[in-house]
Design a protein around this ligand. Structure first.
Ligand SMILES: Cc1cc2nc3c(=O)[nH]c(=O)nc-3n(C[C@H](O)[C@H](O)[C@H](O)COP(=O)(O)OP(=O)(O)OC[C@H]3O[C@@H](n4cnc5c(N)ncnc54)[C@H](O)[C@@H]3O)c2cc1C
Length: 472
């Protein structure tokens, strides 16, 4: 039996030390909440892809004192160009024009995923982070939750947070727990784990610099059934990814592989396609230091928490990478969950009972879902239009390309719904002289967001679903 709640700090067990898990740990540091992080991997971070850090993620990293490091190792976006696979330019937008669209704070920043994880990890300096601890089982009781790892170790706490990515063991164990303890609820048709879809495969990597691809430039290219996004980061290194419609894939692909020979076979049909007027995809691929083929699952869970279980990041809202919101939303979810946890643990009733936790987590989940679901739907539409095979959807690519400047501006605007760490001050440059303007603008841009982006998203979404039913 654990000590009575009032005699010890609230203890959170975080499963997964990637973007969501490490951000949550930073948010909980110095709050009086204890945390333990269990990570399946060793302490070396795999190469992976590049990430675009958008203002919503950047502001939280700034509050946590990490933004300067990210800025030092990243590269601000200079321009965004959209191409057809023939090398025909559809549209080029300068970042300055995008930034001026109602957003006056953070630039779009390109950084290698490994570099971002390195910053989050080294700056955490926690003795409570354990690598090589793959979680295999979780048992929740009315008193506490115990998390078991494959090495035979276990740790108990008040709450387990699944920051363990798309194939989350915490999500799986939460549903197992619901079935065991609430069979009737779990058998409801509307209350179940949402299966992931994998209509697209992703190929991604990082290449050495390529003449013709300039630092800070982002190139987006539409092909027949595929899309590439190329972001030129610091040191002119080229972060790239390709989404390919499953129906274009000759073979069933594994969930994740970095076997070079295998990846080469997958990209072979695309090597001669243009990613800009002067550069072919083959040139990018041949200069790649790392490359991976992976399934690009999508899934928005209806239920993010239950009892002593909760999920954040890809574990509950896994979106296609086209709109570059997956990691940024993971950062937002971590910060907003931390807000609720801190408020809960500092509350006047120092009892960490399952009932109180359930109510608090449900309130958090409800507060986050609307914004995240909107971004999820937009990413779903975007990937289907951008990697379309049908000519009707392809017509929309031209519309999207012309809408990109506005679209990026709107999607990356900080609004009143954008999460931040409520108990930390807003960073000074934005705060000092312009705080009132900032808050007013946040309010206004929240209004603009709803007035402009929601009808657009609804129209695009409706259009997609109608077209999907008629054409695909
Ligand atoms: C090609 C590509 C490009 C992308 N580009 C962008 C972008 O530009 N901007 C953006 O915002 N997002 C982007 N994303 C999405 C982004 O990478 C993810 O949304 C983000 O990594 C999610 O973070 P996470 O912490 O939730 O999960 P993950 O990063 O998947 O981390 C999960 C962690 O949990 C660990 N884990 C898993 N199972 C266990 C277990 N049983 N026990 C212990 N630990 C476990 C894993 O080892 C891992 O460290 C991109 C994704 C891809 C594939």
């Amino acid at each position: 039996m654990s000590k009575p709640n009032s005699q010890r700090p609230f203890h959170v067990i975080i499963v997964g030390a990637s973007i969501a898990g490490l951000t949550l740990a930073h948010c909980l540091s110095n709050t009086g909440i204890d945390f333990t992080i269990l990570e399946a991997r060793s302490d070396t971070y795999p190469d992976g892809a590049g990430l675009a850090i958008l203002p919503n993620g950047a502001r939280i990293l700034d509050q946590l004192g990490l933004y300067q490091d990210v800025l030092d190792q990243g590269q601000c976006m200079v321009s965004h160009s959209t191409w057809l696979e023939t090398g025909h330019l559809l549209r080029r937008v300068d970042a300055g024009r995008i930034r001026s669209f109602g957003r006056f704070d953070y630039p779009v920043l390109v950084i290698a995923r490994r570099a971002l994880l390195g910053i989050l990890y080294t700056r955490l300096q926690s003795s409570r982070l354990f690598f090589n601890r793959r979680v295999v089982r979780i048992v929740s009781s009315s008193d506490n939750v115990t998390v078991y790892s494959a090495d035979g170790m276990s740790v108990s706490g008040d709450l387990v947070v699944g920051a363990d990515g798309v194939n989350s063991i915490v999500r799986e164990q939460m549903w197992h727990h619901i079935r065991e303890t609430n069979g009737a609820v779990a058998s409801s048709r509307w209350f179940s784990e949402v299966p992931l879809t994998d209509s697209f495969a992703g190929v991604f990597g990082i290449a050495q610099s390529i003449p013709g691809l300039k630092k800070g430039d982002v190139h987006r290219t539409y092909g027949h059934g595929w899309l590439t996004v190329i972001m030129v980061g610091a040191d002119s290194r080229v972060c790239w990814f390709m989404s390919i419609t499953r129906t274009m894939m000759p073979v069933l692909i594994p969930r994740h592989t970095s076997d070079r020979a295998y990846v080469s076979r997958i990209v072979e049909p695309f090597l001669k396609k243009h990613v800009t007027s002067d550069v072919t995809f083959g040139e990018v691929f041949n200069r790649s230091e790392s490359c991976v083929v992976a399934s690009l699952e999508e899934g928005f869970q209806n239920r993010w928490s239950w009892g002593r279980f909760v999920g954040i990041g890809d574990a509950v809202h896994k979106m296609a990478p086209n709109i570059a919101e997956g990691a940024n939303c993971a950062i937002e979810s971590a910060a907003s969950l931390a807000n609720h946890l801190v408020f809960f643990a500092r509350g006047s009733t120092p009892l960490y009972t399952e009932d109180r936790l359930t109510a608090m987590l449900k309130a958090w989940e409800d507060s986050r879902k609307r914004r995240t679901r909107g971004l999820f739907l937009i990413s779903q539409c975007a990937v289907r239009i951008e990697a379309a095979t049908s000519w009707v959807l392809k017509l929309n690519q031209v519309f999207l390309a012309h809408f990109h400047g506005t679209g990026i501006g709107l999607l990356t605007s900080i609004t009143s719904r954008t999460a931040r760490v409520d108990y930390l001050p807003l960073p000074l440059p934005q705060q000092s002289s312009t705080q009132q303007v900032l808050e007013k603008k946040e309010h206004e841009s929240g209004w603009n967001w709803q007035v402009i982006i929601l009808p657009l998203a609804a129209a695009t979404s409706l259009m997609f679903h109608v077209l999907h039913a008629l054409v695909l």
